[in-house]
Unconditional design. Structure first.
Length: 342
C-alpha cells in the first residue's frame, strides 16, 4: 500500500527507464499517460491507446471482473497483484499483473503492470494436467466403487440367500432330531449356529464393501452403525457425537467420509492398541469437521507418514479437497481430523 501521494511529473523519468508497463488513467477509464512498454506490449500507437477506453483493450471475459475491482480502487482500496488479460493489436492474448493506487487529489489512477504471460501459461498447463489427473482419479475411484457395489450385491443376494436356505434346511432337520444320535444332535446345533454366523458375516462384509445404508438412511446413521459394528467386533467402545448438515456434502464426499472413517477404525483395531475410540462431528459457519480419536500407543506424527492405512486416508482426503490434520505422540493416542469448507 502506498502511503505517499506522488507528483505526476516525478514519474516521467521512471516512465522512460522501466521495462514494466506504467500508466496514468483518469476516472473515466482512459489512459492519460503511458510509457513505451505499454505500446510495445499491446502493439498499438500511443495515439490509439489514449483515444479509446481502457476496457476496449481488455479481454472480453475479464472486463466485468476488472470493472468491479476498478470501482473498489476508486473507493480507496489499492489494487495489488491483480491479474487480467489484454488483447494485442494482432489479436493475441497477454496476461498482466497490476499494482494500482488511486490519487483522489488529482483524480487519476497510477498503475504498474508486469507481463506474466509465460508464467501464467505454465500455471494453466499445470492446472490443466492436474484437472485431467483428478478426473482420471475420480473415474477410477468411481469404477472401484461400482465394482464394490456389484460384489456387495452378489454377496448379499446370492451367497446370503444360499446360506439362508442352508440354515432353513438345518432348522428343518432339528425338528426331527429325535431320530439322530446325541453326537448328531450336537453337530446339527453347531451347523445351525455356524450358518447363522455365516449369514451375518456375509451381510457385514457386504456392508463394508459397499454401504447401501448410506443411500437409504444417510451419512449420520451409517457412521453410527459403523462405530457400533466396530465396538461389537473389537470390544473397543466407540462413541459418536455431534452432527452436521450433510445436505452440504455431495454423495461422493459422503462416501469418502465413510471410507476414511472405515480406514481409521481399521487402523485403531490393528495398530493402536487402544481401549477407547470416538468420532466427533462438528460444524461451524465455514467448516464441517470429522475427528476420529483413540487413546492408543500413538506415534510421532511430525515424521513422514509411512503406514499404508494413513496413506490411504491421506490420498482419499486429497481427492475430495479435504484438509487432513493428524496429531499423535508416542503413548498419547492419535487424532485424525479431516475438514471440508462449505
Amino acid at each position: 500500500m502506498l502511503a505517499v501521494r506522488p507528483n505526476l511529473k516525478e514519474f516521467h523519468l521512471f516512465f522512460d527507464i522501466t521495462l514494466d508497463l506504467v500508466c496514468i488513467a483518469n476516472k473515466q477509464g482512459y489512459f492519460k499517460e503511458i510509457n513505451h512498454s505499454v505500446s510495445e506490449k499491446l502493439g498499438y500507437t500511443q495515439e490509439e491507446l489514449l483515444s479509446r477506453p481502457i476496457a476496449s483493450f481488455i479481454h472480453p471475459e475479464d472486463r466485468d471482473r476488472t470493472a468491479a475491482f476498478r470501482n473498489r480502487l476508486l473507493e480507496g482500496t489499492p489494487l495489488l497483484n491483480f491479474q487480467n488479460r489484454y488483447l494485442t493489436k494482432t489479436g493475441s492474448t497477454i496476461w498482466l499483473e497490476w499494482t494500482s493506487v488511486y490519487i483522489p487529489e488529482q483524480e487519476v489512477v497510477f498503475a504498474i503492470a508486469k507481463d506474466i504471460t509465460i508464467r501464467k501459461l505454465v500455471e494453466l498447463e499445470i492446472t490443466g494436467q492436474y484437472e485431467q489427473y483428478k478426473s482420471l482419479a475420480h473415474h477410477f475411484k468411481n469404477k472401484a466403487e461400482r465394482d464394490r457395489k456389484y460384489i456387495a450385491v452378489e454377496l448379499h443376494e446370492e451367497l446370503a440367500q444360499l446360506a439362508s436356505v442352508v440354515k432353513m434346511n438345518l432348522e428343518c432337520l432339528q425338528k426331527n432330531e429325535q431320530q439322530l444320535s446325541a453326537e448328531g444332535v450336537e453337530k446339527l446345533k453347531e451347523a445351525v449356529t455356524v450358518s447363522h454366523l455365516l449369514m451375518n458375516s456375509i451381510r457385514r462384509i457386504s456392508f463394508s464393501i459397499s454401504p447401501a445404508m448410506l443411500n437409504d438412511l444417510g451419512l449420520q446413521e451409517t457412521l453410527q452403525w459403523l462405530c457400533k459394528e466396530f465396538s461389537v467386533l473389537s470390544g473397543i467402545p466407540c462413541t459418536v457425537t455431534g452432527s452436521c448438515n450433510v445436505a452440504l456434502l455431495s454423495m461422493e464426499v459422503q462416501l469418502d467420509i465413510f471410507r476414511i472413517c472405515q480406514e481409521a477404525l481399521q487402523n485403531i483395531l490393528y495398530h493402536a492398541g487402544a481401549s477407547a475410540a470416538a468420532l466427533r462431528i462438528t460444524e461451524t459457519e465455514n467448516i464441517i469437521s470429522f475427528i476420529i480419536e483413540d487413546n492408543g500407543r500413538g506415534f510421532d506424527s511430525s515424521a513422514a507418514i509411512s503406514g499404508q492405512g494413513l496413506q490411504h486416508i491421506q490420498n482419499r482426503a486429497a481427492s475430495v479437497n479435504s484438509q487432513l490434520v493428524i496429531n499423535s505422540l508416542p503413548g498419547k493416542g492419535t487424532s485424525i481430523e479431516f475438514l471440508f469448507k462449505k
